[in-house]
Design a protein around this ligand. Sequence first.
Ligand code: DQA
Length: 139
Amino acid sequence: SNIIIINGPNLNLLGVREKGIYGDLEFSTYFETLRASYPGLGLSYFQSNHEGAIIDKIHEVGFSADGIVLNAGAYTHTSLAIADAIAAVTTPVVEVHISNVYAREPFRHHSYLAKNCKGVICGFGLDGYRLAVESLLKG
Ligand code: DQA
């Protein structure tokens, strides 16, 4: 199988940014551990701070990959364009948030993306990415 993790804006700063909320592990370190625990799985990673680049990547992989794990960061709460991109492709998408967005500000409680996703995982820290992979592998 081929699964891609797509991280959106500010997630390049994991391990540096608001550690009390997002933890002190860099994503690249976590990703290498995750990849090592799934030998045989084609697990790849893409990050962009740009809405259009995230949409381009969803289009690029969204008709061939077996799954997309998407943490769109703050675009989750603003982007009809990313919501439409998820609806446009055939690959299932699992929405992930590291933090429990429901324990935070009200503007983080709404996702434009969720209704077009297979499901949503939030509040489990970086382990949420693994849980999303598990769900996609079950089909
Ligand atoms: C986030 C939650 C979003 O509200 C926030 O804008 C982020 C990260 C999370 O992983 O918890 O950038 O998606």
